[in-house]
Design a protein around this ligand. Structure first.
Ligand code: SF4
Length: 168
């Protein structure tokens, strides 16, 4: 992605966070590997909780505990679902379904739909991160995560599970 496109997406994200963006009530799931990375980079274990799956806590104001001054405080090492946004996922049998949030809840979506190249790059990045997450999560934790409703999304890609072996 060129710098101007990256800057534009960052600006859209920043302005959205001022109005309760995707870091509000996020509770992203954490693999053991991601927890180790966070701890190794100074994140306190007290910011992590187990509620059917391991995840980041939220602050009293409703934002993720790692949300700092309207930006992610761990941007370079943030959890897989945070990297994947505004794409999200579900599983249907042996098919990984990738969904895109509607522009009504993520203003970045309009930009993605206007620029196919950026859309494809971010979709690939999202799929890679989601597949890494799925491979690393215990099955019972994944089952809990799949119960979470993701309203206002549209299906944009389907990936057969047997294709995963070459990934990640
Ligand atoms: S880890 Fe960062 S990007 Fe993910 S929800 Fe928390 S503050 Fe937002």
């Amino acid at each position: 992605m060129d710098a101007s496109a990256d800057d534009l997406l960052s600006k859209v994200c920043f302005e959205c966070q001022l109005n309760r963006g995707c870091c509000f009530a996020a509770k992203p799931p954490l693999t053991n590997e991601r927890i180790k990375i966070l701890l190794d980079n100074g994140v306190s274990g007290e910011l992590i909780e187990f509620a059917g799956y391991k995840r980041l806590k939220v602050k009293p104001d409703g934002f993720c505990v790692l949300f700092r001054t309207w930006r992610c405080g761990v941007h370079l090492i943030k959890p897989e679902t945070c990297v994947a946004g505004p794409f999200t996922f579900d599983l249907r049998g042996s098919i990984l379904e990738i969904y895109l949030k509607k522009k009504s809840i993520c203003p970045m979506v309009e930009l993605l739909k206007e620029n196919r190249e950026i859309f494809e790059r971010l979709l690939t990045l999202a799929a890679e991160n989601i597949m890494k997450l799925l491979k690393a999560l215990p099955k019972d934790e994944l089952a809990e995560i799949l119960k979470i409703d993701e309203p206002e999304t549209e299906l944009v890609a389907e990936i057969w599970l047997q294709d995963w072996s070459s990934c990640c």
